[in-house]
Structure formats: C-alpha cells, structure tokens
Write a protein of this length. Structure first.
Length: 444
C-alpha cells in the first residue's frame, strides 16, 4: 500500500486487509508513506498499534507512485503480492479466493476481479466497476490485449512475487507495469465478482479525472507505453500488437498535443541515447531477412524516437499472412512482392523524408547499392516542408560522406503526389527491393 496525503482513508484501507479470512501470520501489510504532509503516518501508526506484527510503516521523501511501490515490494516478504490503494478497501473473502487459485493452478501468474464503486463517504455508487467503465475482463494468455488497454483493476491484483520486475523510477503506472510482466510470464485469471471497493473522489489519478488533469493522465499513458514497449517486455508482445501500439501511440500523441496545444517534443521528450538507439534499430532492420523481424525493429525505433521516425511509415504497412500490404496507412492496398536484385531498367525507389533525415546512414546505403542502376530516389515529405527537407537532406548526405552533387538522383515530392503516374515511365519500387527502408512495402 502506498499513501500520499490519505490521512482520511488509509486507516480503513489497512483494516480491510487485516480483516481478511486468512492466517494472521501469513498476511502482512507494508505501507509506504510517500512524503505526506498531513496525518497519514499517524493514521497508519494508530492501526499498527493494534497489530504491530502485521503492519509495517515506511516513510520516505516524496518520490512518486512507482518509486513508492518499489519500496514496498523491496520490503515485502510474501510469496504472493497484492495491492490495495490507500483510499480503497478490500471486501471479505478476497485474499482466500485468489490465493486458492494461485495455489492450485501454477500456470496462473495473476488473479484480479471486479470492484464496487463508492463515494468519499463510503456510500455505494455502482455495483460493478467493469460495467460502469464498459470493461470486458479477459483471462488466459492476454498480454497482447493488455498492451492495448489495461482491463485489470488495481486494488484487486494478486500476483506471484517471483514474476515481479523492478519498476522504473519514471514509471507512472506501477500496477500496469506489474500486470504486463505477470501476463508475459503466464496466464491471468479473473474472479467474476467485486473483490474491493473503489473510492471515487476528487483526487483520483485516472478514473473521474477531467480537463487539465485528464490531459496530464493521457500524457502519463503515452510515457508509460513508450517505456514499457521499448524494454524486455516487448520481446513477449506479438508483432501485430506491437505494431498497433506503435501506431496508436503516435496517433494519440498527435491528438493530445493538438487538444492541449502542446508540441509533440514536450509530450514525448526523447533523450539523446534513445534517439541513437532508434537509429541503430532502423539500420539493423536493413539486415533483417524476415518481414516480421523487420517490423519489430522498426516499431522499436518509432517508439524510442516518435519525433524522428514516422510510425506510419515504419509499421503501417504490416499486414501478416494475407498477401497484401498497406503503404504507410494509405487507403489503397498494394501487391506484395519478395525482395529481389535490381539489375535492369530504370528504377524509382520511394523513401520517407522523416526517416532519411533521422537516419542518414540509409542514404549512404542507398547510394552504394544503386550506384550501377539508372534510378531515382523519390523522397516523400509534407507539402509545406519541401524546401526545408531538401536542405536537411543535403546536410544528411554530407554527414555520411556522400557528395550531394555527385550521387544518384534524389527527388523530394509532396505527400499528396500521385506516384502511380510514374508507372508508365519506370519500374516503381520501394526500399526493401534493394534491401532498404524497412518501414515500407516491397512494391508499389
């Protein structure tokens, strides 16, 4: 249990845990007071006095939810870990029901359930949090679905301590982090009844938030998804789910930025080390022999550097197993062709300006591979940015040792251009046919 200025509720939350029908010596409450300025610590000590061997209080300077949760986890001694928010309450029978499932089914790594919604005074507002929020709880191997949306409920979570992974200091959602890693390790089970009371009041972090606080919450969600999907967890996520999450993150960031009037670089600041990692992932994707591996590397690049890598160009073409690709989110579906050598005729290859400026090495590789081919690289950019992009591309070529005035033909065109008009005059291809630009389909 983590608490920050919850003097009013924390005592009741702890008592609801201690009242569970479970052996006293097997259930311990670890409470972290995360720098509260009110009487939170005193309220905890009052309950602790009646159960000194079962309640642990740790006080620390305010460090945020992720750090406070990690402090509690570091102190916890149980084989099973459960979360109770300091303003919520567990309902009778919760612990024994979940513990029995985890004891009898080793394939299950986490158990959760529904919640009742109560107001600040404890009066019942809704019998089902799931119904109120139109949430469909899922069970089984559901990591890919969880990546899209967290359908679990924080104060009902119980998981095996063996599957807990360290929470990054800047992680805004400690519970979601724990849930995703538990889902990567096995199956989830849901109990189809309320296991806790969720208290709805004016300071809730997510549910019930409005206006500026809602925008702040959405910003935290963007930060979390980027953090979670660029770490080791991404290796367990399916390619479809990873590609979809990459596209949705960029779409949501653009939408939130427009609504809040905030530039994207403020919503999703990109450290230099992440930008460098993104470049390395794109270059590594060039050597990937399979389309699926290519799209995973491109997705990671777009998540690491949403400003420098166009998510639609990077993964928008991915359509597994149906023999068709879609070009960067465009409307027309395109024939798929396997990459092959280009050794005849004039070739027009298509690339994306944002990707080429971000990773100039792609330009260098292109120039090396088409040296003996009569071809043109058509570079697609926003119509209003053609002049700026042309200057950026000249600088990019120079930075990788290519003379802008002595290299294969390059042409910058607006994104609104109809490239199909070039078909009668030349074979129009995309990067993968030359082993280039892994974020686009093999043939237009």
């Amino acid at each position: 249990m983590t608490a920050f200025n919850y003097e009013r509720y924390v005592g009741g939350a702890i008592r609801s845990v201690l009242a569970q029908d479970y052996p006293d010596d097997l259930l311990e409450v670890v409470v972290v007071d995360d720098g509260s300025s009110d009487g939170t610590a005193a309220a905890v000590r009052e309950v602790q006095a009646a159960a000194p061997d079962r309640v642990v209080l740790i006080r620390q300077d305010n460090a945020g939810l992720g750090a406070a949760t990690q402090t509690a986890l570091d102190r916890a001694r149980g084989e099973l870990v459960a979360i109770c928010d300091a303003d919520d309450e567990w309902l009778p029978g919760k612990v024994i029901a979940q513990a029995e499932i985890l004891a009898s089914r080793p394939e299950v790594t986490l158990v959760y359930g529904d919640m009742r919604v109560i107001d600040e005074h404890g009066s019942l507002l809704d019998q089902s949090f799931f119904a109120r929020q139109r949430i469909t709880p899922l069970r089984g191997h559901v990591l890919d679905q969880l990546v899209a949306v967290n359908f679990t409920s924080n104060s009902t979570l119980m998981l095996r301590a063996a599957h807990v992974r360290p929470i990054p200091v800047d992680c805004p959602y400690a519970d979601y982090w724990l849930v995703l890693h538990a889902a990567a390790a096995g199956e989830l089970e849901v109990i189809d009844r309320p296991l806790s009371n969720y208290r709805l009041h004016g300071a809730n972090m997510g549910f019930g938030a409005t206006d500026e606080r809602l925008l702040a919450e959405l910003k935290r969600e963007l930060t979390f998804r980027r953090l979670a999907l660029t770490g080791e967890l991404a290796d367990s996520v399916g390619t479809d789910a990873l590609a979809r999450a990459t596209l949705e993150l960029k779409l949501n960031a653009d939408s939130i930025g427009t609504r809040a009037g905030v530039p994207l670089h403020e919503l999703l600041p990109v450290p230099d080390e992440d930008r460098a990692l993104a470049r390395a992932e794109l270059v590594g994707a060039l050597a990937a022999p399979q389309a699926e591996e290519r799209v995973r590397l491109c997705a990671r690049a777009a998540l690491l550097d949403p400003l420098g890598v166009d998510a639609r160009a990077a993964v928008g073409w991915w359509r597994p197993g149906i023999g068709r690709w879609r070009l960067g989110g465009a409307n027309a579906e395109l024939d798929r062709a396997e990459p092959g050598p280009v050794n005849h005729g004039r070739r027009i290859t298509v690339g994306w300006a944002q990707e080429l400026v971000a990773v100039p090495e792609l330009l260098s590789i292109y120039c090396e591979r088409v040296e003996s081919v009569d071809g043109t690289l058509v570079i697609v950019a926003a119509a209003a940015e053609l002049s700026t992009v042309a200057t950026q591309l000249r600088d990019a070529l120079t930075s990788v040792g290519v003379d802008p005035d002595d290299c294969p033909d390059l042409a910058v065109v607006p994104a609104t251009a109809d490239l199909s008009t070039l078909r009668p005059h030349a074979a129009l291809t995309c990067g993968p046919e030359l082993g280039l630009f892994p974020g686009v389909p093999s043939r237009v």
